[in-house]
Design a protein around this ligand. Sequence first.
Ligand SMILES: Cc1ncc(COP(=O)(O)O)c(C=O)c1O
Length: 428
Amino acid sequence: MNNSKNHRISKRATWAARQQIGYLMKQAVDHPDCLSLAAGLVDHATLPVEIAETQMQEILESSERGQLALQYGTTEGALSFRETVIKYLAALEQSTVRELGLTAKRCIITTGSQQLLDLVSQAIFDPGDICLVTSPTYFVYLSTLEGCGADVRSINCDDQGIIPDALQAELELIERAGELHRVKLLYLVSYFDNPRGITMPLARRLEILEILQQWSARQYIYLLEDAAYRELWYDAPPPVSMYALDESKQRVILAQTFSKSLSPGLRTGFGIIPDALIKPVSDLKSIHDFGSPHLTQTCINGLIESGDYAVHVAKLRESYQKKSEAIWQALQENILPQPGMIAFKPTGGLYVWLQIDSSYPETRFNKEFFDECVNAQKIMYVPGELFFADKTHPAASHTMRLSYGVQSKENLHEGIDRLSKGLNVFRE
Ligand SMILES: Cc1ncc(COP(=O)(O)O)c(C=O)c1O
């Protein structure tokens, strides 16, 4: 059925349908024999079954606690959980709740951080408003923006994240076109980003905040800081958040999640929201679901308070670090010695971004290289094009995201070996 001709379907639903993730998932279903370095899932083997079971048992063995947890909560999330969350966040920032201007009122619990990204975008954008994103960026958020009818403008990044001069130049261009009043938001994945695994260093964070501050007199631009992977660092903790660095504490919307550090099945994330957005975001959430699952909030609250959460995250870091070393070693042995092959060694997170030499065929979905990998070599990656708002961006055709979270070390070696064989087919 062609949705655009079906007048019973809203524009929003047709916008949302234009996503390539569906194609990727279909490929995974159609090729179950393929070794997948595509799925961005967290590692199955490290999911915290035991500590979750203990916690759930503790909650449910007392009828009073159990009944409370099984009842509706509040739209913004359980107060006790939000209080725990702001303390836990202050500890991550190596600061205090007070110094960071954190209050339970500014904290909203959401059904995964994806819901927060969606609610914030709905609260901010009218169709045609401009959102600034990096090239490349988290592709699901691109679909969220499409669903809001936002006009997405991409800004290039380097090995430290978004390039300050490129941001400045884009804002000047928009101003010259008389569109500055439509720029509402800059979206950044500031830690071990999806797809490149890059973390913005402190100096870069400050530079970006400074640029937004300088433009404030002409146009107030919010910064949506997506910190989904911040706890998955390997050797050293990453810099503090842009929220913590922003002196006003009113510019940055900080989005975090327990999906990557604990369990995506618990579907729990949270946001720290500027005062002006608390009510709009909360009003929108109340018409979505009037509150995220209370039982899982109670469970995560208990896990943080008992210290089990911190122990789990430490183990997880170790496990992902080992996997990252395995994929990196395999890439160094098999692919990176060839001219024009570029990747960054992961220092945290779940992804490696591989740029292949332009003499090879394009990595896109509908091209012969993807076909060779999936059908002949039985290896799947995510084509770089998925992460670009501008599909004609030069980097969109010769890049790919490789996820190492799910596969074993042996499979990671095997996967890179297969990818290398796929590349060899086209080597001149
Ligand atoms: C960068 C980024 N942000 C947000 C999310 C959303 O995760 P969740 O809704 O599970 O918190 C993801 C999930 O993969 C992600 O990669």
